[in-house]
Design a protein around this ligand. Structure first.
Ligand SMILES: [Zn+2]
Ligand SMILES: [Zn+2]
Length: 243
């Protein structure tokens, strides 16, 4: 009865306040997602395999021989493997921006749905402890929340991952990486992270770093280096967007 009532209330609310697409701002009346219209849903590109084993970028077209991924050719990854869920351009970028810059926690509902539709991503998380990339306390105060922590909890709720553990601290304030090139990004975050004083690492467990976007991989790599130095053996990385 309650479910029927809830559905009726939602239908009434949708009539009064139709939901808008986070990308094109058009009304969302039908389709798989609540905050992407059908046209923007079609434009969203998932990072389906075959893909780069470090950053998850899909190899479009037929794969004849293993190719080097242009995004991580110079990365020298410190983690074993990585995956991304969708390309962070167009609708994918708008979804992540809504969360990060406009407190759009509602997009996490659509993320839940996306995880149901991408079993390869869900399976990647099985049995792991998820470690969100931390924000510096100053940034955390400004923004009020850490988007990677919210994303990690959504991943936990929709997979067989074991837990979310905030094992890392951002010890140095780093300026936005948006306008930096690859080399400067590496330098910018090199010593930015430290292990939390309460961290209790287990040797037989595997850990997965979680970030919102994989751009050059320099942030995830700096986090990975801190965990490796602390003795973590099995280490992977995921980001929701690639771009
Ligand atoms: Zn749209
Ligand atoms: Zn790659």
């Amino acid at each position: 009865m309650q479910a029927v009532l809830r559905a009726a209330c939602r239908a009434a609310a949708d009539l009064l306040f139709p939901r808008n697409c986070v990308h094109c701002a058009g009304p969302v009346e039908t389709g798989s997602y609540q905050y992407l219209c059908p046209a923007c849903t079609r434009a969203l590109q998932f990072c389906e395999p075959p893909a780069c084993k470090t950053c998850g970028y899909p190899y479009f077209g037929s794969v004849i021989a293993p190719r080097e991924c242009p995004h991580c050719a110079e990365l020298e990854p410190v983690f074993d493997k990585g995956k991304t869920l969708f390309l962070a351009k167009g609708p994918g970028r708008s979804l992540l921006h809504a969360l990060k810059y406009h407190q759009g926690f509602y997009i996490l509902k659509d993320l839940t749905r996306m995880l149901k539709e991408t079993p390869h991503f869900k399976e990647f998380l099985s049995g792991a402890i998820l470690v969100p990339v931390p924000l510096h306390p100053t940034k955390l105060r400004e923004r009020g929340f850490n988007q990677s922590e919210h994303l990690a909890h959504t991943l936990l709720q929709n997979s067989d991952a074991r837990a979310v553990e905030p094992l890392l601290l951002r010890s140095e304030f780093t300026h936005s990486q948006t306008h930096l090139d690859r080399k400067d990004r590496l330098q910018n975050v090199k010593n930015a992270f430290a292990l939390s004083a309460t961290a209790n690492l287990m040797n037989d467990t595997y850990y997965i770093l979680v970030d919102d976007v994989f751009t050059t991989g320099s942030t995830l790599n700096a986090c990975a280096r801190t965990l490796r130095t602390a003795g973590v053996t099995h280490l992977r990385a995921v980001a929701i967007g690639h771009g």
